[in-house]
Design a protein around this ligand. Structure first.
Ligand code: DQA
Length: 144
């Protein structure tokens, strides 16, 4: 099984970015935790980070035929990015929306996800474990 992990904008700054909200792990450390979990699950995982919505849209289209599932932290795009929403809907790949924080416990604008309805499911609020749980969910789906 091949899984693509996509981190959205500002997640490259994890570690120093609002650690009281997002924790103190860097993106590199998060990717290492994801890779370790993937190894245990027998998943081949690739992680990328993009700041622009277009680059994330391109990843979705390019993933067809190469990946069996996608773990996506859309970051702020979660709340308003319709082109990203349409890209998820356009490709037939199970996508799990993840968030480190619980957006519902924060500012009002974060309570709305424009991508949730086209994702297979959403996991939020567990820090790096949100990604780990998403991988496990995709592995279980794949096993059938
Ligand atoms: C986030 C939550 C978003 O609201 C925010 O814009 C982010 C990170 C999270 O992982 O908790 O950049 O997706």
């Amino acid at each position: 099984m091949n899984v693509l992990v996509i981190h959205g904008p500002n997640l490259n700054a994890l570690g120093s970015r609002e650690p009281h909200i997002y924790g103190s792990l860097t993106l590199e450390e998060i990717d290492a935790r994801i890779a370790r979990e993937a190894l245990g699950l027998g998943i081949r995982v690739t992680s990328v980070q993009h700041s622009s919505e277009g680059a994330i849209v391109d990843e979705f289209h390019a993933a067809v035929g190469s990946y069996d599932g996608i773990v996506l932290n859309p970051a702020a795009y979660t709340h308003y990015a319709y082109a990203l929403r349409d890209a998820i809907a356009a490709v037939d790949l199970p996508t799990v929306e993840v968030h480190l924080s619980n957006p519902h416990a924060r500012e009002e604008f974060r309570a709305r996800s424009v991508v949730a309805a086209v994702c297979r499911g959403s996991i939020a609020g567990f820090g790096v474990e949100s990604y780990v749980l998403a991988l496990r969910a995709l592995a279980a789906l794949h096993r059938g």
